[in-house]
Design a protein around this ligand. Sequence first.
Ligand SMILES: [Zn+2]
Length: 162
Amino acid sequence: MTQKAQSGKIRIVRIKAGIVIDHIRAGHALDVLKILGITGKEGNVVSLAMNIRSSRIGRKDIVKIEDRILKKSELDRIALVAPEASINVIEDSHVVKKTRVKLPDEITDVVECTNKRCVTNKEREPIRAKFEVVSRQPLKLKCSYCWTIIEEDDIIAQFCTY
Ligand SMILES: [Zn+2]
């Protein structure tokens, strides 16, 4: 483990079962919690580590959530705020699955257009929201229908429940 070698020891608790979201861009751990709708009131044990040294992305944040699994739609959301993130699924204190999120060039159904008059926001129109990723850092998405640009803060606000 390169991280172990560099920092001497891992300063964040190990978990028995749940998920570890690693390689979050430094400073974005709270955005990841917001975008997953995690407020702390769910009862799961959540641990955060911020500004950990990473050979891959410089500085990184880590989020560990006990007794939680992630749906595909949640992985898609994480990719928006932490495009380099890797997801470790932990069972019986072991990593049983490791995946990386992927921010595609086109995003369908994950984010809503902020333009109220956009055709994708009309209830009677069966058109799914679709965006083109025009910038990855900072994140900017362009609606494929009305060309409205939405930015990271708008996106996080859509999922934030507090
Ligand atoms: Zn639109």
